[in-house]
Write a protein that binds this ligand. Sequence first.
Ligand SMILES: NC(=O)c1ccc[n+]([C@@H]2O[C@H](COP(=O)([O-])OP(=O)(O)OC[C@H]3O[C@@H](n4cnc5c(N)ncnc54)[C@H](O)[C@@H]3O)[C@@H](O)[C@H]2O)c1
Ligand SMILES: O=C(O)C[C@H](O)C(=O)O
Length: 313
Amino acid sequence: MSKVTVVGAGNVGATCANVLAFNEVADEVVMLDVKEGVSEGKAMDMMQTAQLLGFDTTIVGCTNDYAQTADSDVVVITSGIPRKPGMTREELIGVNAGIVKSVAQNILKYSPNAILVVISNPMDTMTYLSLKSLGLPKNRIIGMGGALDSSRFKYFLAQALGCNANEVEGMVIGGHGDTTMIPLTRFATYKGMPVTNFLSEEKLNEVAAATMVGGATLTKLLGTSAWYAPGAAGAFVVESIIHNQKKMIPCSVFLEGEYGESDICIGVPVILGKNGIEKIVELDLNADEKAKFAASAAAVHKTNAALKEVGAL
Ligand SMILES: NC(=O)c1ccc[n+]([C@@H]2O[C@H](COP(=O)([O-])OP(=O)(O)OC[C@H]3O[C@@H](n4cnc5c(N)ncnc54)[C@H](O)[C@@H]3O)[C@@H](O)[C@H]2O)c1
Ligand SMILES: O=C(O)C[C@H](O)C(=O)O
């Protein structure tokens, strides 16, 4: 019997719960939100699609009742405010740090063995805050950003190549920020061959730039940040854990010397299985990629420092 809780039944949380149920990733999915009745209503609405879509997962909604989340195997944290057009993710720290910290503490009371997947922004800093304030082993705190950014990278590569995104492989590491993401063009492939064989340097730079501001572009179009791909990316990460798939997915994880960094959560490729982070994969970065990673980490450290200013750490 596997159980996943999604905290925050807003755009991202509800989409994530919906994908988890549709793909039957867990036997039970609990949605929790502070807004009276919203989780219950969304859960009922989703359950009324079970016969139409043919899934057997049970979806439960509750208003701030942590007892219902008890003994979850994985908990996804999406609670908090999203950005509006023109804002950076980092500007959300003042509101979201308090929400994420209190949610994570409540979750742990009822699910002491859960693996946490943090989605709320600024995600690398919220992941770091969860790790520092809960004191859990580092394999159990995972920030979701790289799965989404990599999916966007593959989308933009596929657009440029004129192919299906499923024929493309690619990874984005570094921070989950407009200027901190590092799309690894050198490692990206199309039908198993380097994309550099097919696309000019100029085109690849355009793809990387579009990927980095992928979230901002959607925020401008939608008036709030995106949710379909973020929710699906959250579910993708959860599935690798719950089904012990051992997929390699870039996630924000606590580094202790890997990639030359420490005391930081930032995106690097990891193997995800039933223990959460089973392994951090160290890529052989070239000098340019190493410099980009160091600059990205410096920016994330700076945002983490603001946790003290807002009284969260
Ligand atoms: N890491 C990523 O890749 C990624 C992708 C998309 C969105 N996000 C972030 O995810 C967060 C959610 O985005 P969204 O579009 O779903 O926003 P949303 O406003 O649609 O939903 C957020 C939900 O959180 C709930 N909430 C607030 N405080 C809570 C609390 N203390 N306990 C439980 N629930 C609470 C709200 O009531 C709301 O329903 C934002 O911070 C956004 O920036 C991150
Ligand atoms: O762009 C945002 O603020 C939300 C999220 O981080 C995203 O990348 O879609």
